[in-house]
Design a protein around this ligand. Structure first.
Ligand code: GLN
Length: 394
């Protein structure tokens, strides 16, 4: 009987996407997978339709349509003065940040190389590393403020370390790493000749702190692979358009892998992407303000319902602790919530290699209309401990 590869055997299905399927089956409010239920900006939808009408319907250049690469370079320089990105040699347009990250790892990591990942983590990085033949090594972000211990980080670097993943603002905790923390990571990367893979997809979704791109820290531009996408900033997660900024040397490898993986991202959506990236600064202010309001509504509702949590500084997730509500583990509790009262969240253990660390945690996502969040708040009031006890949960 044919079998699946050892690589494919060594990781499970995405729990985030499984929760979305369960939410649909039970008609639950989906606060599991992080995607907006509100409209994308009208001007970029119009630009996508116009591009299709204008017959921009064949392959773009494999590493990205020129107007889109130019727009990425211009936007990067506008937000982070001094970060010069040559669109001809330092950019690869990919099918979302997801492809950007795995194409980058496949281009840089060899079998047996070690990749450092902070945990809790966004669930893709482990399988990305495994598919690249690399071995993930985990460094814990400690509660309550989700900081890493500098000594633990230092001790995790070994002669086999080839890469580290930095995701700030951070999914699932909402942590925005400080310049000092990033400088320590940079120092260790330089000392050990390591590549830093950064996932900066939530750069504009921030309520506190500044976004410091790793590539702007002295000595890091040549060893940083910065992954980003249209998905979160412009509320178009289904378009699957992302990009990767890296040195010309690293870009040459990333472009080759990307070419053979997917050939390229959707051509008309890259045209629309150029319009998106040219939006005025006010767009980003409004984006963050809208998310701040949603964050406060959800954090309030979760707190009233008995979840222990703190408001995140960035991204659009709330990590919660369920120990005051149940003695059940995260997976059991999440499966119950999706049925009654009908709220989907992600079990915390799916963000940890040591699953027991997430046993009392659930992640809720809030890229949702205020009406959706109000509906969720109402349903959450039904999650009271007494009721949980009555239904035999405790
Ligand atoms: N990044 C989003 C999340 O963590 C969506 C993940 C996905 O399904 N690609 O929920």
């Amino acid at each position: 009987m044919p079998r699946i590869s050892r690589k494919a055997e060594s990781f499970g299905e995405s729990v985030i996407r499984e929760m979305t399927r369960l939410a649909m089956r039970h008609d639950a409010i989906n606060l599991a997978q992080g995607f907006p239920d509100f409209e994308a900006p009208a001007e970029i939808k119009a630009a996508a339709c116009a591009a299709i009408e204008a017959d921009i319907n064949q392959y773009a250049i494999t590493w990205g349509a020129k107007p889109f690469r130019d727009a990425i370079s211009a936007k990067t320089a506008h937000w982070y003065p001094g970060w010069e990105v040559d669109p001809e040699t330092q950019l690869t347009v990919t099918c979302g940040a997801t492809e950007g990250m795995i194409a980058s790892m496949l281009a840089v990591l060899d079998p047996g190389d070690e990749l450092i990942v902070f945990e809790p983590f966004y669930e893709n990085y482990g399988p990305d590393a495994i598919l690249a033949g690399a071995v993930p090594r985990y460094v814990t972000l400690h509660e309550p403020d989700w900081r890493f211990d500098p000594d633990e980080l230092r001790a995790t670097f070994s002669p086999r370390t080839r890469g580290i993943v930095v995701n700030s603002p951070h999914n699932p905790t909402g942590r925005v790493f400080t310049r000092e923390e990033l400088e320590l990571v940079a120092e260790l990367c330089i000392e050990h000749d390591v590549v830093c893979f950064t996932d900066e997809i939530y750069e504009h979704i921030r309520y506190a702190g500044e976004h410091v791109p790793m590539a702007t820290i002295p000595g890091m531009a040549e060893r940083t692979i910065a992954v980003n996408a249209l998905s979160k900033t412009y509320s178009v997660t289904g378009w699957r358009v992302g990009w990767v900024i890296a040195s010309p040397t690293l870009t040459s490898g990333i472009r080759k892998v990307h070419d053979f993986l997917t050939v390229g991202a959707a051509a008309p959506l890259q045209q629309a992407g150029a319009v998106a990236l040219a939006m005025p600064d006010a767009y980003y202010d409004d984006l963050a303000a809208g998310y701040r309001e949603r964050r406060d509504v959800l954090v309030g509702a979760l707190t009233r319902a008995g979840f222990r949590t703190t408001a995140p500084d960035g991204a659009y997730y709330v990590m919660t602790d369920i120990s005051d509500l149940t003695e059940d583990d995260d997976v059991t509790f999440a499966r119950r919530l999706v049925e009654v009262p009908g709220i989907a969240a992600v079990p915390g253990s799916s963000f940890y290699s040591r699953r027991e660390l997430g046993r009392t945690k659930l992640r809720f996502a809030f890229p949702k209309r205020l009406a959706t969040l109000a509906g969720a708040a109402e349903r959450l009031m039904a999650v009271d401990p007494a009721q949980a006890r009555a239904s035999g949960v405790r």
